[in-house]
Each structure stands twice: as C-alpha cells, then as structure tokens.
Design a protein around this ligand. Structure first.
Ligand code: UDP
Ligand code: MG
Length: 139
C-alpha cells in the first residue's frame, strides 16, 4: 500500500543550493511529490515541530538552526515511503551515514544534516498535518 511521509530540506541544504539535487534524488528513488512549499519557520514554529525533543540537550540549538533560513517541506508518497526515505536519508550523524545517502553527500554535522524524515506512521501524520491542510494533500 502507498504510504506518505514528511520530508524537510533543512536550512543548511537550501542555503547551499542543494535543494534541487535532493529533489532529483527523491524522484530517482521512486518518491512522488504530493505537496511542496518553501517557507521560513519562526523559532516557535520550529519548537512546535520538534516538540518530541523538548527535553533533549540539542533542542534549543536545533530549533535555532531550523529557523535560521528557508526550508523546503514536502509530502512524499511511495510504497513503504517512511522506511525507504529514512534509508535514503542516511544516519542522523553523517559520519555514520552510508555512502550515497542524502546525509552522506550533503550534511555538515549531526545537527546541520541536510534533511528531515518522519520516523513512524504516527509522526508522519502529525508532521504532515503540521505543515499542510487537508485540501493541499488531497490527491
Ligand atoms: N540532532 C542534534 N544532535 C543530536 C541528535 C540530533 O543536533 O545529538 C538534531 C539533528 O538535526 C536531527 C534532529 O536533531 O536530525 C532530530 O533528531 P532525531 O534523533 O529525531 O534524528 P533524525 O530523525 O532527524 O535522524
Ligand atoms: Mg527524528
């Protein structure tokens, strides 16, 4: 069954003008773009998105980073989209990311790691709803 996941091209990757290359990798790997927009989050909006991490030591730095410049947010669709996109992204720390993954190619460090992807069906539902209304993802 087709599944949807939320992808974010993070501020580091957009600023480096690598967004197009990431989108090309997504399409070459079988993902369809259901919805897409370029926006800049406020610190509060970034805090709301990463609310599950609010007790983590990296929360303040992460949410400052995520609000420092524009991001590209997408709803992706594919069979097994959540797990397959996590695989294509690579490990959170680019030092551990497999060769050929998005983070291995474009990430700078464990925080400035180029992309986000939902990690479960529950987080995908929350994250898609955080950025897109029902009409925008009606396909
Ligand atoms: N992060 C960080 N330091 C850490 C772990 C995570 O700065 O030690 C940042 C990084 O940008 C990561 C995000 O917080 O992508 C969310 O962390 P998570 O563990 O959910 O990693 P992901 O699901 O993005 O691989
Ligand atoms: Mg995560």
């Amino acid at each position: 069954m087709k599944e949807r996941t939320l992808s974010i091209i993070k501020p580091d990757c957009v600023a480096a003008k690598n967004a197009g290359k990431v989108i090309d990798m997504l399409e070459k790997n079988g993902f369809s773009i259901v919805a897409m927009k370029k926006i800049q989050l406020t610190k509060k909006q970034a805090q709301g998105f990463y609310i599950v991490h609010k007790e983590r030591p990296f929360y303040d730095s992460l949410t400052t980073f995520m609000s420092e410049g524009p991001i590209v947010v997408m709803v992706l669709e594919k069979e097994n989209a959540i797990a397959d996109y996590r695989e294509l992204m690579g490990a959170t720390n680019p030092k551990d990311a497999k060769e050929g993954t998005i983070r291995a190619i474009f990430a700078t460090d464990i925080e400035r790691n180029a992309v986000h992807g939902s990690d479960s069906k529950e987080s995908a539902d929350f994250e898609i709803g955080y950025f897109f209304n029902a009409l925008e993802i009606l396909q």
